[in-house]
Design a protein around this ligand. Sequence first.
Ligand SMILES: Nc1ncnc2c1ncn2[C@@H]1O[C@H](COP(=O)(O)OP(=O)(O)OP(=O)(O)O)[C@@H](O)[C@H]1O
Length: 611
Amino acid sequence: MDWMPTNRSLSSRLDLNRATHATEFVPRVLSSSASVSPNFLSYPPISGAPLHPITKKLEDADISSHVTPESTSPPLINSSPLINSSPILHDKLNTTPTLPAYHENVGGTTYFYQYPTENVPPPEAVAPTPSPSTSISSEYNVFTGKSEPSYFLSSDLRNDILNRNMLTLLQADPTQFPDLPAEVDSYHELFPVEAMPSAGGLHKPHMGYQASMYKATHIKTGIHYCLRRIHGFRLSNTKCMAFVELWKKLSHSNIVQLKEVFTTKAFGDNSMIFVYDYHPGCETLLSRHFSPDQSGYSDPFINDTSTPRPYSYQKNNLLRHTQNNKLPEPLIWNYIIQLTSALRVIHSSALACRSLDPTKIIINSRNRLRLSCLGVMDVVMHETNSTINHVTLIQHYQQEDLTSLGKLVLALACKSTVAVQRENMSTALDLVGRTYTPDLRNLIMYLLASQQRRSVTDLMPMIGARFYTQLDLLHQHADSLDDELSKEVQNGRLFRLMVKLSMINERPDFNMESTWSETGDRYMLKLFRDYVFHQVNEDGNPWLDMAHVVQCLNKLDVGTPEKISLISRDEQSVLVVSYAELKHCLEQSFGELANSSMLHHDLSGTTIVPE
Ligand SMILES: Nc1ncnc2c1ncn2[C@@H]1O[C@H](COP(=O)(O)OP(=O)(O)OP(=O)(O)O)[C@@H](O)[C@H]1O
């Protein structure tokens, strides 16, 4: 993916002449290495690497190659007198730049002085002055940040992450949910995941019990979980907890991980709580594909009894409806692969799902399915039928899982939950045969043949090469996420660099020294900050060039030998320094801060070390 911005030249847009009349300081690019593409991934030229011709020209000129600023610089009181007696390399007000010709080391800081005018070398030997004659032609464009490719996460992915973040951080309004307990065992900040039934009503019972779902935060870890509460449930027999332990150990990308199960009276009754991983932004398979709330959705198998029609009419109607509204077959196979993948690990762990139902399968925006109610049936049904040996019945339950899977696929293929009712089954299978490939119909037929012993592994040959398609799609998706992540890795690296810079720049005082951030190494970093962030164009308007910022910060991070001219705010002096020297200043100054700080955060781990 080529997401680098196009090359551009800053110097082509900076007007020195105008600046000489400006009342405010206008930081400028005097070394025009800006044509190097800013790139998070490939770094600016470092020693040995071929240089851009303009940069090379600058390298060839004998400019400040020995600058090694140290933190023991003599204190610089304020900008004007300071600049006049400090590393003056270039009288900014002169359109002809003067060169640094000799230098002197005072307390570890090298100061540069001008040669008398007669010794000034010809202008072409120095850093190119950004005048119209030396500016780079306008074939280079500034990266505006508006067009793709981008330095940042794609907006789809970003919005998805932000949305999930927002859902995760939702807090319940106590006036709206006065009955919510403040704490339930190790969890607090409960928030109902589904709309509470109105007027104190309850959700329809599931397995004979009312159930509610809440998002909650673990008190100690701050991790968010989903609590499934079974109302009015008293656990009299702990045998079923053996199942809970098995479920807790089961981890798979298509199941919602069970974390723990406990009883509580926090809700004012005896409730059983199943704690699961929280997957924000998911909906149930029922609401995704079978919800009457969706515009245009109607279950084709629900007859309009008010106007009885002949059977042939109804069948044709069904066929037409299914043809027009059918789910794409690859999507159905995608679901089959995910569900059978989950069932495979469940069954091979001597467990059974027992709740393969469109309300108990959650789905995210990228069609990832997860079985969401695992373990509940094992506990609840154990309590209801305590005389039955559930362990011996596992194989029977596994067969029931496969029948449920057959019904689910049939319902998806007909886009109807009523299609799986016994009286509709043969019509539904007929419709599937006419609408989809024979493979899909055969798979459903196999799963629904409950008189024979079936196994989830037998489904593999029926899925066949579709498995490879799915695998390929997943790998492609993983690759694209990897690309997006690599951008953020680079952003994180630059962010840490900016944190360091910001902690130094404009610091009001340090070690009782009120001018610390304005003197010595820190003064150069201050001018560098202006150079990076406060550029203006020839009209004096802000020059908001992201590519310039990225490029400068990358060069600072690497510490390239390339030199730049930093101009004081009063425009009286110019310092020519290399990025290597600036990097040294930054590390030295930040080191001083870090040494006297109580807290040491890891702001160093991201620096790229050039090969
Ligand atoms: N682990 C989870 N993380 C995030 N949301 C979940 C999780 N499990 C379920 N949900 C969401 O919680 C809501 C309620 O789930 P539930 O299983 O109770 O479905 P339901 O349709 O209300 O079923 P029932 O009719 O049996 O109550 C659904 O919107 C579902 O998407």
